[in-house]
Design a protein around this ligand. Structure first.
Ligand code: PLP
Length: 387
């Protein structure tokens, strides 16, 4: 049976990670990784998570199944974080196995509701967006987003693409900290989108995977909330991988606004039942414990602030180092979150790897959290040399 399988193309991020692992050069630098790292290069278990886990071990008395919506206290906590209310009218939240599981579940929901829909993703976007949508049988289109020459938003091209969208279209946006470009929409852009959604009736679909890594927890949801108020129907997918550091615990959620709550809930339950049935509970319970304790929530917010400030400081230092060497870096400074794209061609990226043992994902994405401050000058020298 299996002899007919066609090998899948290797994920570009995983293949960079593999090449990095095999490189024997001691000074090698991995900027391809997609996780947060602290100054020592670790992806730590956050202190608030560790304390919640200790508590959980003491008080948990059963590992029996929970319902198809997952951990309801987690769902309330996430809804509060995303929308500012634990039970806002018209919204239904369901815990999912990470945001990846949420993306697939919502893709299946779109396919079940409107099989002819086109999901529009940014050019460029998170590497798994298009494959997940296509795996659910959906058509995928790309809208202009990044101007790779100077790291800015192609604002007018973006809005003219959105101007052509209507009821059969789903517009997939990054809530904050756009992956891979770091280029975020400004509040005026979200406002403009809110007006267009009301007039045109397309469905916004916001992926929020780096909440709190941009400008702060409140600021990072301000645009999404504007759109939520303006939309009759909306999809949101949420990840706790990065800002709670729960990566392997597969902790995420899908939030849907609709005027058909009963139909929606039944379909989501059916879709979940026919794939994973119930999401893993551990990470969700940890998040619920943290958000229900004012002490742990404060500790977590503090840790998150430190992570965001560290990324921002590394970004500033890299921009200063590149500016000193004559590169234009105004947009790099403005980018949000862990990622930015350096204006390097495929040749430059290969040269960085071959000559300087610096690993960057195809397309030029770098993860600033992977950058040790001691290596900033070395990186700036190497980048200027290949640009
Ligand atoms: C934009 C975006 N969406 C979704 C995900 C998937 O997150 P999760 O680990 O929760 O599945 C990622 C992970 O890197 C991401 O960058």
């Amino acid at each position: 049976m299996f002899q007919n399988l066609v090998p899948a193309a290797i994920d570009p991020i995983l293949s960079v990670a593999e090449a990095f692992r095999e490189d024997p050069r001691p000074h090698k630098l991995d900027l391809g990784v997609g996780v947060y790292r602290d100054v020592s290069g670790n992806t730590p278990v956050m202190a608030a998570v560790r304390q919640a886990e200790r508590w959980l071990v003491q008080v948990q008395t059963s590992k029996s199944y929970i319902g198809l919506a997952g951990n309801l206290r987690f769902n309330q906590a996430v809804t509060q974080l995303v929308l500012g209310h634990a039970e806002p009218a018209g919204w239904f939240t369901l815990q999912t196995p990470g945001a990846s599981g949420g993306l697939r579940l919502l893709a299946d929901l779109i396919a079940a509701s409107r099989p002819t829909a086109t999901v529009w993703i940014s050019d460029p976007s998170y590497v798994n967006h298009a494959p997940i949508m296509r795996a659910a049988g959906l058509q995928v289109g790309q809208y202009p987003y990044l101007d790779a020459t100077d790291g800015s938003l192609r604002r007018e091209a973006f809005f003219s693409a959105v101007a052509g969208m209507g009821k059969g279209d789903v517009l997939l946006l990054h809530g904050c900290c756009h992956n891979p470009s770091g280029v975020d929409l400004e509040m005026a852009d979200w406002q403009r989108l809110a007006g267009m959604v009301t007039r045109q009736g397309f469905v916004p679909f916001v992926d929020l995977a780096y909440h709190g890594f941009g400008a702060g927890l409140e600021q990072d949801t301000a645009g999404l909330r504007l759109l939520a108020d303006a939309s009759e129907e909306m999809l949101v997918v949420y990840s706790c991988s990065k800002h709670f550091g729960l990566y392997r615990e597969r902790t995420g959620a899908a939030l849907v606004k609709s005027a058909e709550p009963a139909r929606l809930k039944a379909k989501l339950f059916e879709l979940a039942r026919h794939s994973y049935t119930m999401p893993p509970d551990h990470g969700a319970e940890v998040v619920a414990i943290i958000m229900e304790s004012s002490e742990l929530a404060a500790l977590w917010r503090n840790e998150l602030d430190t992570m965001r400030e560290r990324i921002q400081s590394t970004r500033d230092q890299l921009a200063n180092a590149l500016a000193k060497r004559g590169m234009a870096v105004d947009n790099l400074r403005r980018h949000k979150g862990m990622f930015s794209m350096l204006p390097l061609g495929e040749g430059g990226i290969a040269q960085l790897r071959n000559d300087a043992a610096i690993y960057i994902v195809a397309g030029g994405r770098i993860n600033l959290a992977g950058l040790d401050p001691d290596k900033i000058d070395m990186l700036a020298d190497a980048v200027v040399k290949v640009s």
